[in-house]
Design a protein around this ligand. Structure first.
Ligand SMILES: [Zn+2]
Length: 248
């Protein structure tokens, strides 16, 4: 609901209209929240995010505490010891462009709770998790697809990625000092060397990948063949989302 309202305010670019829409819907409207039209996915995500930011700046004057849409949580709030390195909030990613206005690791509640359990189990062995990406808004998926329209690596936004549903994560393991374990390639390395089926690697690398996979499987996630860092939660199914989170 809140995500929808934020986008509604952004579309109209007039905060006061969004505010009154909020009051009307919260108080009495029986109508379901309108979905963002599919056509908007074709928009440049920078436009969407910039428009949203304008609305959120205004919104922030009235709303002191951010409330995420129901059923979503911020993993960093749930377990601050999990390290965040959200690459699409920086230029350090394969499109070399900052796609998120600010770094957040939003996930469906069950997905985040499963990761926290994994983190706690890993900590008993002197290890931990480091997140590269979590929930990814639909418009950003479109940009990634435009850059790399190859289904081995990026899901076609028409179908929707598990990231767009808040149910997939890109992550690695760190040691007790927060240093990444050697996985053989960096995040978003698109090539055979990142495949689980690629075996021509040092035993240490294969062991590290196995450790991550074992723990993620135990937590209820499944792997994909082509990316050692990608895991999707398989115990639930969720709707696609275009929600854009507010930034400070
Ligand atoms: Zn992924």
């Amino acid at each position: 609901m809140r995500g929808f309202l934020i986008k509604a305010a952004a579309r109209h670019s007039i905060f006061i209209m969004g505010f009154f829409a909020l009051m009307m819907i919260r108080c009495s409207s029986p109508e379901a929240p309108k979905q963002v039209p599919k056509a908007s996915i074709k928009q440049n995500p920078f436009d969407v995010i910039a428009d949203t930011a304008v609305a959120i700046d205004s919104w922030a004057d009235r709303v002191v505490e951010e409330i995420l849409p129901e059923g979503w949580v911020d993993l960093a709030h749930l377990e601050p010891r999990i390290i965040m390195d959200i690459r699409y909030a920086t230029k350090d990613n394969f499109v070399e462009t900052k796609l998120y206005q600010c770094a957040r690791c939003l996930l469906r509640t069950e997905v985040a709770e499963a990761l926290v359990q994994a983190q706690h189990r890993l900590e008993t062995r002197g290890l931990g998790l480091k997140m590269f990406d979590c929930y990814r808004p639909g418009p950003v998926q479109q940009t990634l697809w435009n850059t790399l329209p190859d289904a081995r690596y990026v899901t076609n936004p028409a179908r929707g990625s598990m990231h767009n549903r808040g149910a997939a994560v890109d992550l690695t393991l760190v040691d007790s000092l927060g240093q990444e374990l050697d996985m053989g390639t960096g995040f978003d390395y698109f090539g055979n060397r990142a495949y689980h089926t690629f075996r021509e690697l040092d035993e240490t690398i294969l062991h590290n990948r196995r450790q991550l996979m074992k723990e993620m499987h135990r937590a209820g996630f499944r792997h994909i063949r082509t990316e050692w860092w990608h895991y999707a939660y398989e115990k639930e199914s969720y709707e696609l989302s275009d929600y854009l989170w507010p930034c400070p």
